[in-house]
Design a protein around this ligand. Structure first.
Ligand code: GLN
Length: 312
């Protein structure tokens, strides 16, 4: 039972205090100029439990750019649209390479290794575009984020989207490479436009922890008694988060934290302790793989203190 566990609220508060006093924070992402402007000294954390208790600490209500965390939501929507046919377009193996790497596309005829590296997420976005205009797909993604976070204020930061487009030469190369092999089927600028915009969605830790509930709680939103996806699909998306959610830092994250998690270069991480809690952490300083330094560390402390590792 839970008798031996410390109180969650106390643990979260202590972790936040420890993180806020740490000097070693890595560096903010600079390749997207708008992200380089975000002050590094911020840390936020939110935990939502199965019974709906919400615990916030630090800058948990400050909106930040969710970046690659959005790839979890687009994957969910694409699986809803085409089901297992998606796996003809994108693999399910960790890449062991940086998130924006092009090298494996050549070996695999333009098929990306997994849906969470940039190439894979652009391919997923292309699947959502079939039969639709970019505007409609973006609306669908934004509506999904608002629905699972139960918050209509979730929005897109147009400055970030423009900044990504202006400097997105690698993403443009990835998209063109995949288009050459017909992995992308829609106009390259449509796929990229939607991709840059869904990466530019801003959310708070509170909203992201709310949004991750459907993965933590077998596809359901306990508060509403609503089923978002099947429990099998929630398990599979979580498995991909565990194996691929932190790019070439995924092995290390699984080793240290032991939870499915998805990071973004805005410094956010959405993680799930299956059956127990949905968690979001944010701190803009990144390690060399593009994962939040304090975010990973906070999750490591939390999983350890609460005995939440999926490995028991
Ligand atoms: N928008 C970012 C990019 O395309 C997403 C990368 C990330 O969060 N790792 O480079």
């Amino acid at each position: 039972g839970d008798a031996g566990l410390p109180k969650l609220e106390t643990v979260v508060g202590e972790i936040a205090a420890r993180m806020q006093s740490r000097e070693e924070r890595g560096n903010v992402a600079t390749y997207i100029p708008e992200l380089a402007k975000v002050p590094i000294g911020q840390f936020g954390m939110a935990v939502v439990t199965a019974d709906g208790e919400t615990i916030l600490a630090g800058d948990a209500e400050t909106p930040f750019s969710i970046q690659s965390i959005s790839k979890v939501f687009t994957l969910t929507l694409a699986l809803g649209k085409v089901g297992d046919a998606l796996w003809a377009k994108v693999g399910r193996e960790p890449s062991g390479n940086p998130f924006n790497s092009i090298i494996q596309l050549e070996y695999e005829k333009g098929k990306p290794r997994n849906p969470f590296i940039n190439a894979g997420a652009i391919a997923v976005t292309d699947v959502l575009l079939a039969g639709h205009q970019p505007r409609e797909v973006l609306g669908e993604i934004l509506r999904f984020c608002r629905f699972v976070s139960e918050d209509e204020t979730v929005a897109i930061d147009e400055h970030v989207a423009r900044s990504e487009k202006q400097t997105g030469f690698l993403n443009t190369a990835l998209a063109n490479y995949m288009r050459a092999f017909n992995v992308l089927e829609n106009p390259v600028d449509h796929a990229l436009g939607v991709y840059f915009h869904h990466c530019s969605i801003t959310m708070t830790c509170r909203q992201l922890a709310m949004a991750g509930r459907y993965l933590a709680f077998s596809g359901r939103l306990p508060s509403r008694g609503v089923t978002v996806i099947s429990s099998e699909r929630a398990r599979r998306i979580s498995a991909l988060m565990l194996t691929c959610g932190h790019y070439d830092g995924s092995g290390d994250f699984a080793f240290r934290v032991g939870l499915p998690g998805k990071s973004g270069v805005g410094g956010g991480i959405m993680a799930v302790a299956p059956g127990k809690a949905s968690i979001a952490v944010w701190s803009p300083g990144l390690d060399r793989h593009g994962n939040s330094v304090l975010g990973s560390l906070a999750l490591e402390h939390l999983a350890k203190a609460m005995h939440w590792s999926v490995f028991g």
